[in-house]
Design a protein around this ligand. Sequence first.
Ligand code: IPM
Ligand code: MN
Length: 369
Amino acid sequence: MNKQIAVIPGDGIGPEVTAQSIKVLDAIARRFNHQFSYHYASMGAVAIDETGNPLPDETINICLSSDAILFGAIGHPKYDQDPTAKVRPEQGLLKLRKTLQLFLNIRPINTYKALQHISPLKARNLEGVDFVIFRELTGGIYFGKKETAADGQSAFDECSYSRTEIERVTLQAFQYAQNRRKKLTLVDKANVLETSRLWRKVVQETAVSFPDVAVDYMFVDNAAMQIILNPAQFDVVLTENMFGDIISDEASVLSGSLGLLPSASVGNQTALFEPIHGSYPQAAGKDIANPLGSILSAAMLLDHFGLDKEATVVRDAVKWTLSNGFVSRDIDPINNYSTTAIGDLIADYVEGQMTVDSGNADLNKSTII
Ligand code: IPM
Ligand code: MN
């Protein structure tokens, strides 16, 4: 298979973790005889520094002419601490999602036996946890009209949804649930919000065509609690943009680290794959960030190409590193491995060159203890 992949390393730890994914994709290409060509493009704070624009047109063009996009992370503290900044790195990602019409963000939540001890939840509550958050990604409060009054004394952000925007993600969520445990939970705030009432209506109507899928409706405040109390009850969780942003960070604590979680953003054009974590500026350049969120996003990219066997090998490699203690500092603050070392180990495993002896990895082992 011959594929063109747009690579947007982005800000903070983005370039470091993305480099590990490329290493792993190259190992996949060698082992399975594929050809992946990479086209680098800039977005975020780095793009503002280079061009004044968080999403240069060239980046959009590279994305549109590629088969998939691998993205790292976005954000820089100098903008977070300046609420008056007119140009912000995040605008780049939001504009890219809108321009490519990436209306659905898929975030799988898994737990790993080897990591149960670092989750704040008791092991018995983590048994059987395996759900997927379907987050609407190009509508709602993120993209509504927003304004601060001239006197600076008030501001607003409008949340609106059209039936079409809701229908297209709802349909995909039902289809996905049909191929899983056949349960769909709509997370909303229909007791308060008009948009949530429209979501409920659309979901109820769509449910008629999927009689084999059990539908559950949950207010977002209750859902936030249920994710901690009884996460195994969820299968496919469907929700609007901002609720999805919030509950997916919350759900990441079940796995043990935000650094582990991948995502896929899909729409009508090129799909984008990115870890759900941010740019983690404190770790940038130190080779200590967890590359697994990015590497598992690369596995989702392989799924998207229909390369199931290849994606499985990557996921097996990730499980292998976790169960052998080849983990980054967020997972084990005492005995940890560098970002690069974990990338090397996974690439070696993928290529079948992994000898059980971890001698190589020890050389790169973090000295931060
Ligand atoms: C995410 C991020 C983004 C979002 C930010 C960086 C704009 O938090 O992908 O979850 O809020 O969607
Ligand atoms: Mn987020």
